[in-house]
Design a protein around this ligand. Structure first.
Ligand code: KG4
Ligand code: ZN
Length: 361
């Protein structure tokens, strides 16, 4: 039943990811070149620099991918590439390269929506457990969404972020806390550093955080309040301690633990609303399938958040899954897997060779 190999190319932000996955979900190669070290030095991503780095690395990443998988280009069934959403300059590099490969090897090109790829990724490893439709909580550096997933290209958005995404808030707060001056965290993202720091907390209730949108009867998200409140608290501590500007404030472990509780609480509150909506007896959007929740995107790496969400879902007899650690964050595997889903679900008669008509966004 195998339909062969799909190559996936991801360049929507600051990671150059190229992978080969077969239609049974086996990963044959997974090359990921992170730009984190470079961007950390400049305090954030500068789009033209990110583009340069993608451009200089992509061909080499592709060669490494083929040799890791021991696959010839002629053996590929299709080439999948992220076309949206993302930084336009970065997306363009991946798309141009994908078009070049598709043309040269006469392969169909499958455009992939980055967030949809996050949403489908957990099926690669749990295809029998996660049948359509399922509820998906997508939490990353750029998004915070709840969606009912019925298949590739068939997502119904139930809630969206009104301002900052949770990963973005973690990254900015970690920077203000100056966690990145600690050698251990130098090359980590903010969310991971905060999760690790929280493990050494003595008192997670030492700081107060707001409860955004608690009274609103919808599934939207807002992290700006928690973020700004965090900035204020950090500023206060700095004033109190008169810390030299290269030091980390004291009590940062307690602060991180409190922040994780606040973010979990908000995500749980919104997810609970979505579960009640989906399970409402008048509509039961899960149909006959057992209710299933998937948490994905970079923030799904967080064990505290995942445990809290799983615990909530269990109260609704809903099972919760996430992709395994390496596959929650951006990578080429999720793009290749979305390509596989397209092959399995349509689309064999929909294969696209009209490369010129495929564009970003
Ligand atoms: O999905 P992703 O790799 O890229 C986007 O599409 O945005 O997500 C990156 C985000 C970063 O903001 C990072 O801080 C967050 O995921 N992240 C985490 C953890 N690992 C990565 N947030 C919380 N806890 C983690 N362990
Ligand atoms: Zn992502």
């Amino acid at each position: 039943r195998s339909l062969g190999y799909v190559l996936g190319i991801e360049t929507s932000c600051d990671d150059t990811g190229i992978a080969i996955v077969d239609t049974d979900g086996k990963v044959h190669a997974n090359v990921l070149e992170s730009q984190q070290e470079f961007h950390t030095r400049y305090g954030g991503i500068i789009p033209p620099r990110a583009q340069d780095l993608h451009r200089s690395r992509i061909a080499h990443a592709y060669e490494r991918c083929l040799s890791e998988a021991n696959v010839e280009p002629s053996q590929l069934s299709a080439i999948a590439v992220t076309t949206r959403p993302g930084l336009p300059l970065s997306l363009l590099i991946g798309l141009r390269f994908a078009k070049h490969l598709a043309r040269k090897n006469k392969k169909p090109l499958l455009p992939v929506h980055h967030m949809e790829a996050h949403a489908l990724q957990a099926r690669m490893e749990h295809i029998t457990a996660i049948g359509y439709p399922y509820l998906c909580l997508l939490i990353s550096g750029g998004h915070s969404q709840l969606a009912l997933v019925r298949g590739p290209g068939q997502l119904t958005l139930l809630g969206d972020s009104l301002d900052d995404a949770p990963g973005e808030a973690f990254d900015k707060i970690a920077r203000r806390l100056r966690l990145f001056v600690l050698p251990k965290y130098r090359l980590w993202n903010g969310g991971r550093a905060i999760e690790d720091a929280a493990k050494s907390a003595q008192n997670p209730n030492a700081y107060d955080f707001p409860r955004p949108l608690a009274q609103q009867r919808n599934c939207n998200f807002s992290f700006a309040g928690i973020k700004n409140n965090s900035f204020r608290a950090i500023r206060m501590r700095e004033l109190l301690e008169r810390t030299p500007c290269d030091g980390v404030i004291s009590n940062y472990n307690d602060f991180c633990a409190g922040l994780l509780v606040a973010v979990s609480r908000h995500l749980m509150n919104r997810t609970q609303r979505a579960l009640e909506f989906c399970l409402h007896p008048h509509q039961n959007l899960f149909g006959d399938a057992p209710p299933t929740l998937v948490v994905s995107g970079g923030v799904a790496n967080n064990d505290v958040i995942f445990a809290n969400i799983s615990h909530l879902a269990l109260q609704y007899n809903c099972r919760t899954y996430r992709p395994s650690k390496g596959y929650c964050s951006d990578n080429g595997v999720m793009i290749a897997w979305h390509g596989v889903e397209q092959l399995l679900h349509d689309c064999a008669n929909n294969l696209r060779y009209d490369y010129d008509n495929i564009d970003i966004a």
